[in-house]
Design a protein around this ligand. Structure first.
Ligand code: PLP
Length: 436
């Protein structure tokens, strides 16, 4: 029941003491938090005032199995009671980390069979960049230090991940990036080839790409793109890193995004869906070939490791999460419900002049907002933030992308059903009628 006093007190404490990640400090100070969530169940979140909304983004593209899973709480409680944490540095190990590494090797494509654990996506990408550079030093090619990524990409906020991120405002925010990071047009593999030729293949360590760019506006890799990239990387001896932080663990209707393209990268970064957000966990899967080289060439200490690499509680939660994804056929559900979502988007497109391009691959989707779809003209000030705000009032939380785009983005939990998708589309329909 609504407790206005607690509500007000929390609003004030939030404004005074809590710096929100990826937020507008000015807006936060003016309005305070828009929701203070207290509970979640399935695709729904409930806030402190009792208002229930659909979590159309799986929070941050990560709560794949939906909210409120008792089984995960139980497994965390059991593991915490037995052994909440112990180190994995050096030769020390623990059973949940070993079992999770082995499980990931069994579900990952090709020979991606060895795992380095982190606490999230940014750390995973920084790990991939550092170990790619280290790998070339060991291989006697220390000049291979450059990392190439795509425009419109998002790889996180650690210094390496920020430097690789193609969305320029994220790099500008830091006012500097690490040297030797390059960005190429993300829509054609020829741009990658040209950059390699221009920079000199012998200076390039790795290329990184998301199978579907999430924060860049749900841009699905063009037909044949990943296959071409794999060929180019092989041709020039460059390591291919795939960032599956959003696309992993069923999001796109296959276990991993690369499964759509039949491509096996040299390193695959994951986070988010590995634990559905019930614990902080990420990692990098390495191909057998790279791991064999490391085993053969690495003589000293691998000077890279996070306190929480191989965290036993996080790993046991992830194991149970993957068990649920498999047991409940959530990858298949994401594929089927993704088709329903796209159908809904097309319905909106045929009914609203502000709906431009629509796209979805499994349960990750985007609706581009234009002033007039017939002329393709865009709004001077993006309209998607207003649409998202109005949708939230009507019970649906979604996000927007306004860098070089005006796009509403969606990534509902993989447990969503047809009626719930229809409810999402109804809310969007009502929202567009109100705002248009
Ligand atoms: N890579 C991709 C594709 C992401 O979408 C994100 C986060 O949204 C990250 C990396 C960074 O992950 P984290 O926020 O867990 O550090």
């Amino acid at each position: 029941l609504k407790d206005v006093k607690v509500d007000k007190e929390l609003m004030e404490l939030d404004k005074k003491h809590f710096i929100h990640p990826t937020s507008s400090i000015a807006q936060q100070q003016a309005n305070g938090p828009s929701f203070i969530f207290t509970e979640g169940k399935g695709i729904y979140l409930t806030d402190i005032t009792g208002k229930q909304v659909i979590d159309g983004m799986s929070s941050l593209w990560n709560v794949n199995i939906g909210h409120g899973r008792e089984e995960l709480a139980q497994v965390a409680q059991e593991q915490m009671s037995k052994l909440a944490f112990s180190s994995c540095f050096g030769t020390i190990s623990n059973e949940p980390a070993i079992r999770l590494a082995s499980k990931l090797a069994s579900i990952a494509p090709g020979d991606l069979n060895a795992v380095f654990f982190t606490s999230g996506g940014s750390e995973s990408n920084d790990t991939a960049f550092k170990l790619a550079r280290h790998y070339w030093v060991l291989k006697g090619q220390p000049n291979r230090q450059k990392i190439i990524s795509r425009t419109q990409s998002y790889h996180g906020v650690a210094m390496g991940a920020t430097s690789a991120t193609g969305l320029k405002p994220f790099r500008d925010f830091t006012n500097s990036i690490i040297p030797d990071f390059y960005h190429v047009d993300g829509t054609s593999s020829e741009a990658l080839r040209e950059a390699i030729e221009q920079e000199g293949p012998e200076t390039i360590a790795a290329f990184i790409t998301e199978p579907v760019q999430g924060a860049g506006g749900v841009n699905i890799a063009p037909e044949g793109y990943l296959q071409e990239v794999r060929k180019i990387c092989d041709e020039y001896g460059i390591l291919m890193i795939v960032d599956e932080v959003i696309t992993g663990f069923g999001r796109t209707g296959t276990m991993f995004g690369v499964n759509h393209y039949g491509v096996v990268p040299d390193m695959m970064c994951f986070a988010k869906g590995v634990s559905s957000g019930y614990a902080q966990l990420g990692g990098v899967l390495f191909s057998e070939k790279i791991f064999d080289d490391l085993k053969e060439l690495s003589k000293g200490t691998l000077l890279h490791g996070y306190t929480y690499s191989g965290h036993p509680t996080a790993c046991s939660v992830a194991l149970k999460n993957i068990e649920i994804i498999e047991r409940e056929n959530l990858v298949e559900n994401a594929k089927l419900m993704g088709e329903e979502l796209l159908k809904g988007f097309k319905y909106l497109q045929s009914n609203h002049r502000i709906v431009g391009d629509v796209r979805a691959l499994g349960l990750i989707g985007g609706i581009e907002i234009v002033k007039d779809k017939l002329t393709g003209e865009s709004f001077e000030t993006p309209l998607s933030p207003k649409l998202a705000e109005e949708a939230a009032k009507r019970g649906l939380i979604i996000r927007t992308v306004t860098f070089d785009q005006d796009t509403l983005v969606f990534a509902p939990p993989l447990v969503i059903n047809k009626a719930e998708i229809e409810r999402m589309i109804d809310i969007l329909d009502e929202t567009m009628i109100a705002v248009e």
